[in-house]
Design a protein around this ligand. Structure first.
Ligand code: ADP
Ligand code: ADP
Length: 228
């Protein structure tokens, strides 16, 4: 069953820069899809359009909620992770992670309970009271992932989340992310320009090229045991 249909989407900035040209892709529920391509091929642009932060010049993106059939998905069901962890430095790890629920008016008791759950999912049990600056870059990224999971998104958008991390930290986070993906059954869309990363993580790889931004190829990655 489809979760997301990208239908003939084009984006032209300022009437002159064609960031995306007639991009189409059908994404079934539960897939882990990487978007791979050089800088400027429109990866961020397609994500912004999927997220509803930017409108396509033509074409459309349809999200289908897994619960209701053929209805548009609630934007609340989308989680985001960016390259930089963007944590609030004056708030504790637990408060940072709980922030999306705080903004929705969820009670402190309930959001902290859920916050502890997602911190445990990313391997940060015991760090609830720490401040972001006391954590390493990899741990801050774990906090950022926990925050994206707190509202139980059906779709997770990740824009080069591990690009700024060293190789060892990145590998640990790859395993961690795959565990979370398997456990939650979420659909994950993942931007990277690291081909190895995309092959390791994904079920599907959308290869993009620039000028104009297009999807030139879609590869299915055969299932394999990633722990070998
Ligand atoms: P990527 O994420 O693959 O690096 P982007 O989606 O950021 O690609 O950019 C695609 C193209 O659109 C690039 O040529 C970029 O310079 C251009 N672009 C992106 N955002 C804007 C904007 N707000 N205004 C004008 N041009 C933009
Ligand atoms: P927007 O919300 O307008 O899509 P972003 O969130 O991508 O913009 O912000 C990135 C910044 O980079 C913006 O200020 C955007 O104008 C700028 N930008 C990126 N590529 C270009 C480009 N080729 N020409 C002009 N501005 C660009």
């Amino acid at each position: 069953k489809s979760m997301l249909r990208i239908n003939n989407v084009s984006k032209i900035y300022n009437g002159s820069i064609t960031a995306l040209s007639e991009v189409s892709l059908d994404i079934p529920e539960g897939e882990f899809v990487s978007f791979v391509g050089p800088s400027g091929c429109g990866k961020s642009t397609i994500f912004k359009i999927i997220a509803g932060l930017s409108d396509p010049t033509s074409g459309k993106v349809e999200m289908i909620s897994p619960d209701k059939k053929e209805t548009v998905m609630d934007r609340n069901e989308v989680g985001f992770v960016f390259q930089h962890a963007t944590l609030l430095p004056w708030k504790s790890v637990l408060d940072n992670v709980s922030l999306p629920l705080e903004l929705k008016g969820v009670s402190k008791k309930e959001r902290h309970e859920r916050g502890k759950e997602v911190l445990e999912m990313v391997g940060l049990k015991g760090y609830e009271k720490a401040l972001p600056r006391q954590l390493s870059g990899g741990m801050q990224m774990r906090v950022s992932i926990a925050r994206s999971l707190i509202a139980k998104p059906k779709l997770l958008l990740m824009d080069e989340p591990f690009g700024a991390l060293d190789e060892m930290t990145r590998q640990n986070l790859h395993y961690e992310l795959l565990k979370i993906w398997e456990k939650t059954g979420m659909t994950v869309l993942f931007i990277t320009h690291n081909v190895f990363e995309s092959v390791f993580l994904s079920t599907k790889i959308a290869v993009m090229s620039a000028r104009p931004g297009r999807i030139t190829d879609v590869h299915e990655v055969p299932p394999y045991d990633r722990n070998e």
